[in-house]
Design a binder for this molecule. Structure first.
Ligand code: SF4
Length: 486
């Protein structure tokens, strides 16, 4: 039986774990380990192991009917020609080359590509490169002290082995968050005003945090300040495989956040939306609400390699090849350029025709790749830490919406993928208070609806419920819910 083997990178987060995908003649996919990948040495987390679920194939669609790609590109050209109030979104869930091709379409339309992480807009541009590209991952293993503002087990699992190696080398780890982490020497729940005095950081320390489409910019500023005041290095993890590449490409342009885009659609200032491998139904906390917003658009043009929920709402879907089969590259959090072995250029070629039809530049993969290498890679690549250029900033207290159900964003949640760990976390006090019996479930009710969920018990602050799965009751980073035993 004939089989294709692709060397590629896991799209679950921007650690950039390398792996092989074996594709049979019938299209069945198997994940295989790539021991030579320096980011993960062949290891993968649960999301990486379940990638065949993620790689569902998209279909070209024009106004609800299946079409071929030529027809879909032509229909998109007709819809976009002369379109006003256009917004474009690409969060970084595809190759550098496709992202650059997408910016050519934006040029032709006289607009920019937004990357969906609104926190960038609030932070001085001289800090952006340090937010985009972090430290070499190997440096984590050499740190004296590490302050964690993420839950690595759930959010960025392949960091765990770096942290354990750091501990073996003598590092101490302090975690600031909702859940006590086994690998931390200290678990603290403290306010930003106390970070400097309580965390014991110095120039031999590393701060590990993250920034994503729903991050509070005030918290990013607090952490940059902490780095500036203590001399500790800082690394911001991100949820998409090319998050680093797209932000370095953007150079401060197109930092509109997802919520800002949704607000623009709701107030009528955005009438046409063009997306590249970015499904707002998956990315926004509440899918139903997001669907109601997207239905207000005059035109929704989706360019994607996946069969994801937004395709059903789109006027036009331009279906590209699966991510693992694309010719192209990604840039991971430490600034390493990671190449796919795939040679397919279906997506780039479709975007070239679209760009040309809109009066812009035509291009091919090689031209785009060369440009990408010159403009970004040669400037930023090779893992190295760029010292923070910004000054200590004024900050306000992080916005609180006072909810008791907290979303812990992770690869399964960003892509709304099925996961066996589909339970919420509560503490023993809540089990007693609700009268939960072994095997019973919790009914959660919010303004958005209700759902019954399984639970597990951990040591977390009183009154909180943590979810690692996208629940239909969720309305934001935290949601007010009523909990009852069922
Ligand atoms: S989700 Fe992140 S940590 Fe897990 S395999 Fe993919 S890149 Fe690695």
């Amino acid at each position: 039986m004939k089989e294709m083997i692709y060397q590629t990178v896991c799209p679950g987060c921007n650690i950039g774990c390398g792996l092989y995908i074996r594709e049979s003649e019938e299209g069945a996919l198997v994940v295989d380990f790539m021991k030579s990948s320096s980011a993960n040495l062949g290891k993968l987390c649960r999301f990486g192991m379940k990638l065949p679920h993620y790689y569902s194939k998209a279909t070209n669609v024009v106004d609800g009917k299946e079409a071929d790609i030529k027809t879909a590109v032509k229909a998109a050209s007709d819809k976009l020609k002369g379109a006003k109030n256009v917004a474009m979104l690409a969060v970084g869930a595809t190759t550098n080359e496709e992202h650059l091709a997408f910016t050519k379409i934006a040029d032709a339309l006289g607009t920019v590509v937004n990357t969906g992480i609104g926190a960038y807009e609030e932070i001085p541009s001289e800090c952006h490169p340090s937010i985009s590209q972090g430290i070499p991952l190997d440096d984590i293993e050499k740190a004296g002290r590490i302050a964690l503002f993420i839950d690595p087990y759930v959010q960025y699992p392949l960091l765990v082995r770096r942290l354990l190696a750091a501990k073996k080398n003598g590092a101490t780890i302090v975690s600031v968050g909702c859940r006590d982490l086994n690998l931390a020497d200290e678990n603290l729940s403290i306010n930003p005003a106390d970070y400097k005095t309580e965390l014991g950081l110095d120039s031999n320390s590393i701060i590990i945090a993250d920034v994503h489409p729903h991050t509070d910019p005030e918290q990013v500023k607090n952490l940059l300040n902490l780095s500036l005041m203590t001399g500790a290095k800082i690394i911001f993890m991100k949820p998409f495989v090319d998050s680093t590449g797209v932000h370095l490409f953007g150079k401060g342009v197109g930092q509109k956040g997802l919520q800002e885009i949704m607000d623009g659609i709701n107030d009528g200032s955005i009438k046409t939306l063009v997306t590249l491998n970015s499904d707002l139904l998956e990315l926004m906390p509440n899918t139903d609400e997001a669907a109601k917003t997207l239905e207000k658009l005059d035109n929704l043009v989706v360019i994607t390699s996946r069969d994801s929920p937004v395709n059903k709402l789109a006027n036009i879907v331009i279906a590209t090849e699966s991510l693992y089969a694309k010719a192209g590259s990604f840039m991971n959090v430490e600034g390493q350029v990671l190449n796919n072995s795939g040679e397919s250029t279906v997506g780039i070629d479709a975007m070239s025709i679209l760009s040309k039809n809109l009066g812009g530049e035509a291009f091919d993969f090689h031209a785009i790749h060369d440009k990408m290498m010159k403009s970004v890679v040669q400037k930023f690549t090779a893992p190295k830490y760029s010292k923070l250029e910004c000054k200590v900033m004024e900050t306000a207290a992080p916005a609180e919406n006072g909810g008791n159900l907290i979303s812990v964003y992770n690869p399964f949640m960003w892509c709304d993928q099925p996961d066996d760990n589909d339970f919420v976390i509560v503490n023993m006090k809540m089990v007693d208070k609700l009268g939960l019996q072994k095997g019973s479930m919790i009914a959660l009710t919010s303004d958005a609806g209700s759902v019954n969920v399984r639970y597990t018990v951990r040591d977390i602050p009183d009154g909180l419920i943590l979810t690692m799965k996208k629940l239909p009751v969720v309305t934001g980073n935290s949601t007010v819910v009523k909990a009852e035993a069922v």
